[in-house]
Ligand binder design. Structure first.
Ligand SMILES: Cc1cc2nc3c(=O)[nH]c(=O)nc-3n(C[C@H](O)[C@H](O)[C@H](O)COP(=O)(O)OP(=O)(O)OC[C@H]3O[C@@H](n4cnc5c(N)ncnc54)[C@H](O)[C@@H]3O)c2cc1C
Length: 416
């Protein structure tokens, strides 16, 4: 194995996701030489995966509401998102040659919905700016002379720079390159990392074999989830989610996934309550269900009187004792608030994003690690989380830019 100094440049970006490439672009635009290293044979792999689901880039909504989606990290992310948020991202896309549009509930997408051509165009522009890409180079950490060490197929490569930006992503979908191995590297440097946890994830439910076999893959539409964590405010929302072979997933579940995950970590399970008939009151349901059933089966009676059938009706059979079905008031109450225990979040590898990461307390206002001057961090590897719906990518682009602005300031101060 040969170790060699392969490169010396002003700046190195490790990780070619949206955060890293946004950082690289800004550094190049400011006249710095930039080299991008990535462990995989191609950059922007998770971006492409996100594109398959529609590439929801950002969200068009009141900025304070937008910011509130970042929960207890809204304060730290606020300055970066104010400098580069949904509006600036749309302008940036336009400059790249891609118009965007605002879809349902304010979601922002590229017009063409073509993440492949967007990716190709962006990489071409970066190459035209003089940015050099080093692919199949896995970052291993630093050597004793403080050089960056990369493992390539045949040898270890050593590189040096005046400043480095780490944009290594979370730990979901490791085939795209973001596998969280950077955690151990930074821990060795004395950086305390908030443990990586699944975010925007599905959850396991102990379905009966009958229910699982019959209803996996079935959407549950027009349902309200109520969730009351042991500590914290109750939350509720109308939407839809999917029954899967393991449990539940989908946008309505993702909306609550942080609170549900934390509840399971604390108490071993989280109980959500489903309102299966949001347009009905308990009284209306009870009155209708009290009508004579005649010779109809109970399932047929419920369907004829209150329109509940299919997956919704079978959820009732899944969870309610038989006696409840003969008590209209009790049954009406259960339709409005059916308790469903969720027992585990899905494994981190298969979820959409990752919570945890480099703590903001360990970073200065420009995302530089206080313990490692000259080393900046950006993107999903930082300790924040947000729901799906464009919030993830916006914060990745935004913190990528912020880290690059930080590098420029830091190098200018150092050299003045
Ligand atoms: C199925 C799916 C759908 C999604 N849909 C959306 C969506 O519609 N809207 C939205 O906002 N977000 C979406 N996301 C989330 C979004 O894609 C990510 O939050 C975003 O890509 C993170 O960007 P990043 O630059 O921080 O990291 P990443 O995009 O994960 O890039 C990190 C890079 O670092 C490299 N790397 C990691 N470790 C090393 C190492 N040791 N050495 C060298 N290189 C390394 C990786 O190879 C990778 O290229 C989706 C995610 C998934 C999985």
């Amino acid at each position: 194995m040969i170790d060699k100094i392969s490169s010396f440049s002003n700046t190195i970006v490790i990780g070619g996701g949206p955060a890293g490439l946004m950082a690289a672009e800004h550094l190049a635009s400011q006249g710095f030489s930039v080299e991008v290293f990535d462990a995989k044979p191609a950059v922007l792999r998770k971006f492409l995966v996100a594109g398959k689901g529609g590439l929801n880039l950002s969200r068009d909504e009141d900025f304070e509401i937008f910011l509130s989606r970042y929960g207890n990290r809204a304060k730290e992310l606020g300055p970066f998102l104010r400098a580069f948020g949904p509006t600036e991202l749309r302008t940036w896309m336009q400059n790249l040659g891609f118009e965007t549009f605002v879809g349902s509930s304010g979601k922002i997408f590229p017009n063409a919905m073509q993440s492949v051509s967007l990716r190709r165009t962006w990489i071409q522009r970066l190459e035209q700016q003089g940015i050099r890409f080093h692919l199949n180079q896995r970052w291993l950490g630093w050597d004793q002379e403080n050089n960056l060490v990369f493992q390539s197929k045949f040898d270890n490569v050593i590189a040096r720079s005046d400043a480095v930006i780490l944009a290594l992503g979370g730990a979901s979908w490791p085939t795209t390159g973001s596998d969280g191995t950077w955690v151990a590297i930074l821990q060795q440097q004395g950086i305390d990392i908030s443990p990586l946890k699944p975010a925007n994830c599905g959850f396991d439910v102990n379905w009966s074999d009958y229910f699982r076999d019959r209803f996996q893959g079935t959407p549950l539409k027009s349902v309200v989830i109520h969730f009351q964590p042991t500590t914290g405010e109750p939350v509720q929302r109308l939407g839809e989610f999917l029954i899967t072979h393991y449990g539940v997933e989908g946008s309505l579940i993702y909306a609550f996934s942080a609170a549900i995950r934390d509840e399971i970590l604390k108490n071993g399970q989280a109980i959500i309550h489903l309102d299966l008939a949001p347009d009905w009151s308990i009284e209306q349901l009870a009155t209708r269900l009290s009508r004579p059933r005649g010779s109809r089966s109970m399932s047929s009676h419920i369907e004829k009187s209150v329109g509940i059938h299919g997956v919704k009706a079978n959820l009732l059979w899944e969870y309610l004792p038989r006696a409840v079905f003969n008590d209209p008031k009790h049954l009406a109450a259960a339709i409005k608030s059916l308790a469903v225990p969720l027992v585990a979040p899905r494994p981190i590898e298969e979820v959409i994003s990752t919570a945890g990461g480099v703590r903001f307390e360990d970073l200065d206002d420009h995302l530089m690690l206080k313990k490692l001057p000259g080393v900046f961090c950006a993107g999903e590897m930082l300790d924040w989380e947000a729901p799906t719906g464009g919030y993830l990518l916006t914060a990745c682009f935004s913190t990528g830019l912020a880290a690059a602005v930080g590098v420029v300031d830091w190098l200018q101060q150092k050299n003045s």
